[in-house]
Write a new protein. Structure first.
Length: 583
């Protein structure tokens, strides 16, 4: 048996009953736990990454993928009786899989999305039990292999197979025994990858993607049993840089999404991409969408291959120039882009060709407007002062209203700051409907108004649209955001049950602080957000914020985090007493 440690203390995950299986709340707790564990292991996993490209990003990609999964799968709000509905295991598992597939980063992220889909498929009629977990691992292994053009042993594939086989053979009854058996087998298989794949053996490392998978499997052990297995740590200092291999001077990682593609064309797309490069993954999300990944020398051709079977969107191209045998021995990662493409300094033609296939008008003089969704007169004024056209949405926004606002703008290029007003799937639909022969529309990943303000601050019409969108997206993504609210009723959160009137501190969409004293809740929230670092804090004050609350919080920042700059604006928004941005 591996060593385990008991989970206890503040921030411990919610544990479920192994006898009754895991329901939706427990699966969501598992997702949050995986995010926290990947945050701790990210640097370790990144440093292990030498296959298929030594670009040091597997841990980062897995973390981004699981964050997207958890963001899609949130517990429902309290019902009329003040109690939240208990979501089914199927509903949460499906949402986790959907979010992971839509937000997958890298081939490791897409593979993990298929593991989540395996769980969703297995829990159609039941909770995650001893039986359905065995089924889930077998289904996940089949989905992963089916999504790849060239499965390679000694990777996450082999480790997933071994975990599934051990779970199937486990003679001890109960979910706890089965999840332990699967995770322990994965840990042993992970060690074996060092000798199964030549590039891993040469580098003296285990497979990075498989190490990430073990984090997920161990997280499930923790949720079921309350104990966390203690595994070996693979320290970056122990890793030898692999020898440089001859290869093409320039290669690119290309990723995009296709919605509504015909299932029978997936194999055709996989074949087209395999002819262009390697590390090909074409994975379905189970609801008609695909995530596509390839490493190749011709990024434009990879996008064109997607155009042959559907309409690619959320295109992401990274420059992965690998050194030749006489070079410096390592890759040069480029920049990841959401809803667009950013070219490397020497790859403008690749960028132009890929995007021109979709819009047909790249390179024309900028005729660009920014549409920002805002709530509150003060917030609207801030966005207007930054040059944006404002759609004041109040508490709710219909997708049809946003679509109409985009169509009313006279600009040929429209950048949209949704600021958290609509869920991702509705934004995708709005973006697709808004684009036509005369207009390009890019929806930027601003999940809050403070992120939208950070993005607008770096807006520059002198840049081409995709570069402007990238810079704005990067500013939004680098702004951690949270909110201070009052609970409207009794409800279950990830950190316990809140009562009406309690102060709630949220990081993103997740409650991390509950305190009867609203000011104390705000101070604790700031401590947690600034504990990760920060140079500038923006406080956007809501309409219902008590007098002096913002001043008290600004004073707290000055006392506890000297040197951090604080800016306070009157936002006038409903719901959030204070919206917080940390840059």
């Amino acid at each position: 048996m591996p060593e385990t440690r008991q989970v206890s203390g503040e921030g411990s995950p919610v544990t479920g009953s192994a006898d009754g299986g895991l329901g939706g709340a427990e699966l969501l707790a598992w997702g949050h736990l995986c995010v926290a564990a990947l945050e701790q292991r990210r640097a370790e996993i990144d440093a292990l990454n030498v296959f298929p490209v030594p670009d040091s990003d597997t841990g980062t990609n897995l973390l981004a993928t699981m964050r997207a999964a958890v963001a899609e799968a949130r517990l429902p709000a309290a019902g009329a009786d003040g109690e939240p509905d208990r979501p089914s295991a199927r509903a949460v598992a499906a949402a986790l899989a959907r979010g992971a597939t839509a937000g997958a980063r890298g081939n490791s992220g897409i593979i993990v999305s298929q593991v989540l889909r395996g769980i969703a498929d297995a829990t159609v009629d039941a909770a995650l039990t001893e039986l359905t977990y065995r089924t889930a691992l077998a289904r996940a292994a089949a989905l992963v292999r089916g999504s790849l053009s060239d499965p390679v042993e000694g990777t996450i594939l082999t480790v997933l197979d071994r975990a599934g086989a051990a779970a199937h053979r486990c003679a001890e009854p109960g979910l706890a025994a089965v999840v332990r058996a699967g995770a322990d087998a994965a840990a042993r298989a992970l060690e074996d990858t060092r000798d199964q794949l030549a590039v891993l053996r040469d580098a003296g490392v285990v497979d990075a993607g498989a190490r990430g998978l073990l984090v997920l499997l161990d997280g499930l052990v923790t949720v079921v049993t309350g104990e966390t297995p203690v595994r070996a740590e693979y320290r970056p200092a122990d890793i030898r840089t692999p020898a440089a291999r001859p290869g093409p001077a320039q290669r690119y990682e290309v990723m995009y999404r296709i919605d509504g593609g015909r299932v029978d064309l997936a194999a055709e797309l996989r074949s087209r991409l395999a002819a262009l490069g390697d590390s090909v993954v074409v994975a379905a999300d189970g609801v008609g969408g695909w995530s596509v990944h390839v490493h190749c020398a011709d990024a434009g051709a990879a996008v064109e291959a997607g155009l042959a079977v559907g309409r690619p969107h959320t295109i992401r191209i990274e420059h992965l120039t690998e050194a030749s045998a006489s070079g410096d021995g390592g890759p040069h990662p480029g920049g990841a882009v959401v809803t667009g493409v950013r070219e490397a300094a020497d790859s403008r033609q690749v960028h132009d060709r890929a995007l021109r296939q979709i819009s047909g008008r790249l390179g024309e003089p900028a005729d660009r407007g920014v549409l920002a969704v805002a709530s509150g007169a003060g917030a609207a004024a801030l966005f207007e002062a930054g040059g944006a056209v404002v759609l004041n949405a109040g508490r709710t926004l219909e997708s049809a209203v946003l679509l109409a606002a985009i169509r009313q703008l006279p600009h040929r290029e429209v950048l949209v700051l949704p600021n958290g007003a609509l869920p991702a799937h509705e934004l995708v639909a709005v973006g697709a409907a808004a684009r036509d022969a005369r207009r390009d529309v890019l929806l930027l990943p601003s999940a809050s108004m403070v992120q939208g303000l950070a993005a607008l601050a770096v807006h520059d019409r002198a840049r081409i649209a995709v570069d402007d969108a990238f810079t704005m997206s990067e500013a939004a993504a680098s702004t951690r955001w949270g909110a201070l609210r009052r609970a409207g009723g009794r409800a279950l959160t990830m950190v316990g049950t809140c009562a009406s009137g309690d102060g709630l501190g949220l990081v993103g969409h997740d409650v991390v602080v509950i305190d009867r004293d609203t000011r104390a809740a705000g101070e604790t929230l700031l401590n947690r957000m600034l504990g990760l670092g920060g140079e500038l804090v923006t406080l956007l004050v809501g309409a219902a914020a008590p007098d002096g609350l913002a001043d008290d919080l600004a004073r707290h920042i000055g006392d506890e985090f000297p040197g951090v700059e604080v800016t306070v604006y009157a936002g006038g928004q409903q719901g959030d007493l204070i919206q917080i941005g940390v840059e």
